[in-house]
Design a protein around this ligand. Structure first.
Ligand SMILES: NC(=O)C1=CN([C@@H]2O[C@H](COP(=O)(O)OP(=O)(O)OC[C@H]3O[C@@H](n4cnc5c(N)ncnc54)[C@H](OP(=O)(O)O)[C@@H]3O)[C@@H](O)[C@H]2O)C=CC1
Ligand SMILES: CC[C@](O)(C(C)=O)C(=O)O
Ligand SMILES: [Mg+2]
Ligand SMILES: [Mg+2]
Length: 340
């Protein structure tokens, strides 16, 4: 079993007297900044003027330009969108680096050589294995989201101590962290979000919904069956793994799981997953994403618009209006997201 790190393995005093500049105040940025502050760490925010700037100021942070925040910090955590990091780093962070530690929550730009950090800096990542809004919400519930940490450069000899103190500060060590490399974090994170967590899941849900609706069943029923109930099933898996979920479902459902699951996710699907992983490993996916951004995202924007019009979204929007409790735990996040 991999070595897991928990609260007792970190020295929170390591960040005492140090200033952390969190660059970006979006999904991860706001969660890291608020959690670190609640853990007693001094945090400033680096941003451009705009909605995030106003939000961070409303939350009581001192907000500076990216350059000013970088220049005054001991630790710089880059929580900008991956596709914008290279430009902002080159123009606004790099000129202000002396020997600050440079941190990331995803290894994409370092691993794919879009950012080449100076030799004088410690370079590390602490990557929560969950969405930023849940990093904040679980912290407030005295829980946490697990994380990976990796050391790319250890100039000070203290990079691991920093990684663990930081991971503890954002609440990740309540759940556990394990050490990895930038390469392993980048490739597995991209694979997970594409094949399982986001791409695989949304395609599975839409295919199930469309199959029922095309067969003449009511769209509202199909929404409850294929999307709404998914959370309830996944919650059971989160709590007790596959076995824990199967304990709560009927034996009829479990038998259907055994005989039909492998028909849905068959050998062809796994072959495709391997092809997706290869595109990630050899840089093909990264190159495509970088080029898509350089062309101002024509395909991203077109698909995004099309997806919002899907019948499952239209039906869901109406049904959720009658279920205010569905949103009750995340009112603050919803407001924050609406502001982005
Ligand atoms: N989303 C997640 O839960 C996870 C993300 N990560 C990683 O964390 C990093 C951040 O991602 P995420 O939190 O999703 O990003 P978001 O898109 O949610 O937030 C980006 C933030 O950067 C700010 N920003 C954008 N452009 C600039 C700029 N030119 N100058 C200054 N600030 C700018 C935005 O402010 P504005 O309001 O002005 O646009 C916003 O505050 C990425 O590396 C990602 O891979 C890792 C794990 C999970
Ligand atoms: C699953 C998507 C993710 O990797 C994440 C929330 O962990 C991301 O990049 O947002
Ligand atoms: Mg991830
Ligand atoms: Mg990711």
């Amino acid at each position: 079993m991999a070595k897991m790190y928990y609260n007792g393995d970190a020295n929170p005093a390591y960040l005492k007297g140090k200033k952390v500049a969190v660059i970006g105040y979006g999904s991860q940025g706001h969660a890291h900044a608020l959690n670190l502050r609640d853990s007693g760490v001094e945090v400033v925010i680096g941003l451009r003027k705009g909605k995030s700037w106003d939000k961070a100021a409303e939350d009581g942070f001192q907000v500076f330009s990216v350059g000013e925040a970088t220049a005054q910090a001991d630790v710089v955590m880059i929580l900008l969108p991956d596709e914008l990091q290279t430009k902002v780093y080159k123009e606004e962070i790099e000129p202000h680096l002396t020997n600050q530690a440079l941190m990331f929550a995803h290894g994409f730009n370092v691993h794919f050589n879009q950012i080449v950090p100076p030799k004088e800096s410690d370079v590390l990542l602490v990557a929560p294995k969950g969405p930023g809004h849940l990093v904040r919400r679980t912290y407030e519930q005295d829980a946490g989201v697990p994380a990976l940490f990796a050391i790319h450069q250890d100039v000070s000899g203290e990079a691991q101590e920093l990684a663990l103190a930081y991971a503890r500060g954002i609440g990740a060590l309540r759940a556990g962290a394990l050490e990895t490399t930038f390469k392993e974090e980048t490739e597995t994170d991209l694979f997970g979000e594409q094949a399982v967590l986001c791409g695989g899941l949304t395609s599975l849900v839409k295919a199930g919904f469309e199959t029922l609706v095309e067969a003449g069943y009511q769209p509202e029923l199909a929404y409850f069956e294929c999307l709404h109930e998914l959370k309830l099933i996944v919650d059971l898996m989160y709590e007790g793994g596959l076995e824990g979920m199967r304990y709560s479902i009927s034996d009829t459902a479990q038998w259907g799981d055994f005989v039909s699951g492998p028909r849905v996710v068959d050998g062809r699907v796994k072959e495709e997953m391997k092809a997706i992983l290869k595109d990630i490993q050899d840089g093909k996916f990264a190159k495509g994403w970088i080029l898509e951004n350089q062309a101002n995202r024509p395909e991203f924007n077109a698909v995004n618009e099309r997806e919002k019009q899907h019948q499952i979204e239209q039906v869901g929007r109406e049904l959720r209006k009658m279920m205010p409790f569905v949103n009750s735990g995340k009112k603050k996040e919803a407001v924050a997201s609406a502001n982005h």
